[in-house]
Design a protein around this ligand. Structure first.
Ligand SMILES: [Zn+2]
Length: 355
């Protein structure tokens, strides 16, 4: 009884709050009623009064008339997985050459692609379970479904250098299971960009890491491996291709400028990639990550707490020297000692206020 009388009144109140116009009487549960079906007013629902459609009817109407394309599972591109023919290129048999890795990786893909698709199917089955099937022991009421949700999105991009000698070698490394490591993208020295995983799956690139209070960076980030051995500059073609990719990802997933970070930032005691050669300023100028102002930098106040500033940026300061080194690898680059000079403190003071 309460529901029948109170709900129409509440709905009218909600409509009234939206503007000065008198409320248009409408069916609030059915956004897209089928045309010309003319819901017959029942004796209890006189004409022009707000009419409620039972939820089952909404579902049925939506299924009949408004089924969005996204609810249909797309057909997979048909691939025949034919192993590549034997190569005539002598370099393809030269141990650890790019051609050698390409030949092997092309063969491995014969198994890797079906394996990828099998794992995706397992994830889909996991997500497809509704809450009542998940058997959460803490839930002791029946399941009420909400209809308002979509897929979680990555909110960070973590940049790496591969520490390998060719993109082909990295594609190989990520194609075999024993390495237990992967990234969403690999950017070659020549500017060729490979995508290995869908943006919405969890790659294994961050490892044991922490940024702010996040301890599972793999779950919230995209991993990009940049082909570089760690002791050489990054080519212009490569950085330009990377910026183009970042542009797409930032726009696609709404990733904030502050959240384009280094593997060394999130794992300061373990990692030092990308190296001191990485052009972070160029990226910041393009809108990915922050850089300090190169003019009029203020001297920090006497009570400036450098460690807390590092923590505000996101660094794990449980090992202070490692946090400082990671900060300096990213922003000072030509000196990565574990102490902060007066200049380093100025940079830090300038930077932390941007986060
Ligand atoms: Zn890394």
């Amino acid at each position: 009884m309460f529901i029948k009388k109170a709900l129409p009144a509440l709905a009218l109140l909600a409509l009234c709050a939206c503007g000065n116009k008198p409320p248009q009487k409408t069916n609030v549960l059915n956004r897209n009623p089928p045309k010309n079906t003319g819901t017959k007013p029942s004796p209890g629902n006189p004409p022009n009064q707000t009419v409620f459609t039972k939820p089952e009817q909404v579902t049925r109407n939506n299924q009949q008339n408004n089924t969005p394309e996204v609810t249909k599972r797309p057909e997979r591109e048909k691939e025949t997985y034919t192993p590549p023919p034997a190569s005539n290129d002598a370099a393809a048999y030269t141990y650890r050459s790019p051609q050698y890795y390409k030949r092997i990786t092309d063969s491995i893909q014969y198994y890797a692609k079906p394996s990828y698709e099998k794992t995706v199917d397992e994830i889909i089955n996991q997500i497809a379970k509704n809450p009542s099937q998940k058997k959460n022991p803490a839930v002791n009421a029946q399941w009420y479904a909400s209809v308002n949700f979509n897929i979680r999105k990555p909110n960070f991009v973590v940049l790496h250098h591969t520490a390998q000698n060719s993109a082909e070698q990295t594609l190989f490394t990520f194609s075999i299971s024993r390495t237990q490591t992967s990234a969403h993208y690999v950017v070659g020295r020549d500017g060729v960009v490979y995508q290995m995983l869908n943006d919405y799956v969890r790659a294994w690139h961050a490892g044991n890491s922490k940024w702010g209070s996040i301890t599972d960076m793999n779950s919230c980030s995209l991993g990009i491996e940049i082909d570089n051995n760690g002791e050489e500059p990054f080519s212009d073609a490569q950085v330009s291709a990377l910026i183009k990719l970042l542009d797409y990802l930032k726009d696609q997933h709404g990733i904030p400028q502050s959240n384009f970070i280094a593997h060394s930032d999130i794992a300061p005691s373990r990692k030092s990639d990308p190296s001191k050669y990485f052009p972070w300023k160029r990226l910041a100028d393009a809108g990915f990550g922050y850089w300090y102002d190169t003019y009029n930098m203020q001297t920090p106040p006497a009570d400036f707490n450098a460690l807390l500033a590092l923590r505000v940026i996101g660094y794990d300061i449980s090992n202070q020297a490692s946090a400082i080194k990671a900060f300096k690898l990213h922003y000072i680059q030509n000196d990565i000692s574990g102490t902060l000079s007066e200049y380093d403190k100025k940079v830090l003071y300038n930077l932390y206020r941007k986060f």
